[in-house]
Design a protein around this ligand. Structure first.
Ligand code: ZN
Length: 272
């Protein structure tokens, strides 16, 4: 028996280890590989599937897999996962270790983003990524949602409680990697935007609460995602009344000290 649990995302600096059952193939070749695989190695920067691991071994899904940056760390994590000796196995209540921030610093420098000045201006700190995350159900678009285990449990309880009161809550977005946020910056820079223009709309990579796996953007059916109009919905009224009881608080109320726009949809779970 070596089938890893289908409810964990194992995180390494450049590559994520996904349960194959939660991924949708983008090509026929990938579909065949995924149908037999337990775990898929996925490049964080662009989501590309790199290799599929099954009982039969590791099947490369890209040419030159061996030269893929960060592959060694990912293979170590895969061995640990298959041997069930990964720290994840220690139990869901454990503190989750985080990945080092050194690589993020390098990439912020290469983007020309002054992280220190940004941190001072916004009074935000760098947020390291956790080593693993728990499956927290699906978001509005049926994409897997990942959160730290206590946040995942709290979200499930929060949704159930809301449903009992006739309120439907949907997840819009949970955990996001540094690479995901860096990718947004790289694409916008390539289209000719300046760093300052991008920062007016997007948090600097590394500074978002979503990197920690504790933040959740919440929506409700019929409402556009992440719009201020969410504050006029019964779902928002319900959250204001009840979310605190489940450990959730709004991170960016009006006139917050970080100068971040009012985000009635963005809630953070604090494990007490
Ligand atoms: Zn958010």
């Amino acid at each position: 028996m070596r089938k890893p649990p289908a409810s964990l995302l194992v995180n390494t600096p450049e590559i994520e280890l996904w349960p194959a059952s939660l991924l949708r193939a983008r090509s026929n070749q990938d579909a065949r590989a995924l149908s037999r695989a337990d775990t898929v190695l996925r490049r964080k920067r662009d989501g590309r599937f790199l290799a599929a691991d099954s009982r039969a071994g590791l099947l490369p899904l890209v040419p030159r897999l061996k030269r893929e940056p960060g592959l060694d760390a990912a293979l170590d994590a895969l061995d640990a996962l298959n041997a069930q000796s990964t720290p994840v196995r220690g139990g869901l209540a454990r503190e989750v270790a985080t990945l080092p921030l050194s690589r993020l610093h390098e990439r912020l420098d290469s983007l020309g983003l002054d992280a220190e000045a940004y941190a001072q201006r916004t009074r935000l700190g760098l947020v390291p990524e956790p080593e693993w995350l728990a499956f927290a159900g699906f978001d509005r678009w049926r994409r897997p949602l990942w959160l730290l285990a206590p946040a995942a449990r709290a979200w499930s309880h929060l949704r159930e409680a809301a449903l009992r009161d006739g309120i439907v809550l949907e997840a819009i977005s949970g955990y996001r990697s540094h690479d995901y946020q860096l990718g947004i910056f790289e694409r916008k820079l390539a289209r000719g935007q300046t760093v300052d223009e991008i920062l007016a709309v997007n948090a600097a990579p590394g500074f978002s609460e979503h990197h920690a796996g504790t933040a959740l953007d919440i929506g409700t059916p019929g409402e556009p995602p992440a719009e201020e109009s969410f504050e006029r919905t019964p779902a928002f009224a319900w959250l204001r009344e009840n979310a605190g009881g489940y450990g959730f608080a709004m991170s960016y109320p009006r006139d917050n000290p970080h100068g971040i726009v009012y985000e009635p949809w963005h809630w953070r779970h604090d494990a007490a």
